[in-house]
Design a protein around this ligand. Structure first.
Ligand code: NDP
Ligand code: MG
Length: 386
């Protein structure tokens, strides 16, 4: 049964870390009709979601996985499809809210298709697409009467802080970072860390790619660029602050030097839920933050010598040529090689920088150019790592 307040929702990347937490939140809120869900290879989770949420359409990007899912769910009313065209069909299906939580640049074309389908809220977790095509996204959001609500915890925090803006300018955005698992390790030891060490994040439980990005602090670099696009601020007004407890999720400093910050337990279900229910705040699945138990909140400068990926992102953040796209594509490929034991941890910043030096000053103004720069940078990383 669907009531009058029921909203239609589509989740791109529903089988991932953000995707499964979104589906959990959707079930908890009980006020959504699921239109479409998409994944790549995780057939078991997709079958489970089909049976629980009864979507109209379920898409796997991977063809083999799609065929397997189709056989396994033949007794349900959900249409199962696979491949690129089907993913676009899912993105374009009529919906009030579309959650964009595919990892990496693979989310770019479907998210843009959803925006162009018009008249919907885009709850955006996929930061890589904003880094690559932020200017095209923000323009398309306006032209197609959509609304962009951030899911990334820091950007959700900033979005919440800006509710207290009044008539002030934004003096600075204080973008907090946990510092990842290697915050206190000396740089000399980082050459020998293994993927098992890098995959252990102290505070957040996330997908593999973003967990490695947190260990290199490229995640924070991508988030600086994400914040520039979402809140129209130059890089000079964004200050990265390392805050190991991950309780303050970010803050905004206003004209009078007052800082408004948002706090809570490190649980993505809070920003995910707010992106679904905004402007309403409803009870959530997350635990309250007990400040007296946490007792200490500390703040440090980031170590830009140790975290070369963050240093690079800060250097190129303001560029409008291909540098951000190339940095992102090279990083995705370098992380993939690190996760398959082909390169070392400290090769990631070096390879990404070299690729940006070689390919970073080309034009990247249209979707086609952006996709081409992405492909070129991945190819170059594979060559450099041989
Ligand atoms: P996961 O790796 O856990 O999930 C990724 C999702 O994308 C899965 O549904 C996966 O399918 C699908 N997918 C992977 N590759 C492709 C592809 N080539 N084409 C289509 N679909 C694909 O990632 P996360 O959930 O951790 O992250 C998702 C996004 O959210 C990222 O951009 C990340 O930076 C951002 N984010 C994540 C946070 C977190 O806490 N995890 C926090 C803030 C932002 P399958 O699993 O079926 O193969
Ligand atoms: Mg984040």
């Amino acid at each position: 049964m669907t009531g009058n307040n029921t909203k239609k929702i589509t989740v791109l990347g529903s089988t991932g870390s953000i995707g499964t937490q979104t589906m959990e939140t959707v079930a908890f809120l009980g006020s959504f009709q699921v239109q479409a869900i998409t994944g790549n290879r995780n057939v078991a989770e997709m079958e489970r979601q089909i049976r629980q949420f009864k979507p109209k359409l379920a898409v796997m990007s991977d063809g083999e996985a799609g065929k397997e899912l189709s056989l396994k769910t033949a007794d349900t009313e959900t249409k199962v499809a696979w491949g690129e065209r089907a993913l676009l069909e899912a993105a374009e299906l009529d919906a009030d809210i579309l959650v964009s939580s595919i990892v990496g640049n693979a989310g770019l074309v479907p998210t843009m298709a959803a925006i162009k389908a018009g008249g919907r809220r885009i709850a955006l977790a996929n930061k890589e697409t904003l880094v690559c095509a932020g200017h095209l996204f923000t323009k398309a959001i306006l032209e197609n009467h959509c609304e962009l609500i951030p899911v990334d915890s820091e950007h959700s925090a900033i979005f919440q802080c800006l509710m207290s803006r009044g008539e002030s300018e934004i003096r600075r955005i204080l973008l907090t970072a946990s510092g990842g698992p290697f915050r206190t390790k000396p740089i000399s030891e980082l050459y020998s860390v293994r993927k098992e060490d890098a995959l252990k994040h102290p505070n957040w439980d996330m997908g593999a790619k973003i967990t490695i990005d947190s260990a290199t602090m490229m995640n924070k670099g991508l988030e600086v660029i994400e914040a520039m696009h979402l809140f129209s601020v130059p890089v000079e007004k964004i200050k990265v602050v390392v805050h190991p407890q991950s309780i303050v999720h970010s803050g905004v400093e206003f004209a009078d030097n007052a800082i408004i910050a948002q706090m809570g337990t490190p649980d993505m279900r809070i920003p995910i839920q707010l992106a679904l229910t905004y402007p309403k705040r409803l009870p959530s699945l997350a635990k309250p933050a007990e400040l007296t138990e946490i007792s200490q909140l500390t703040f440090e400068e980031p170590d830009l010598e140790k975290f070369g990926c963050l240093a690079l992102a800060l250097e190129i953040a303001g560029r409008t040529d291909s540098a951000p796209v190339v940095m992102n594509g090279a990083n995705e490929e370098a992380v993939r090689l690190f996760l398959s034991d082909k390169i070392g941890f400290m090769d990631i910043p070096q390879i990404v920088r070299e690729t940006v030096e070689k390919l970073g000053s080309l034009p990247a103004d249209t979707i086609e150019e952006i996709l081409e720069r992405d492909r070129q940078s991945r190819r170059m990383v594979r060559e450099l790592s041989l």
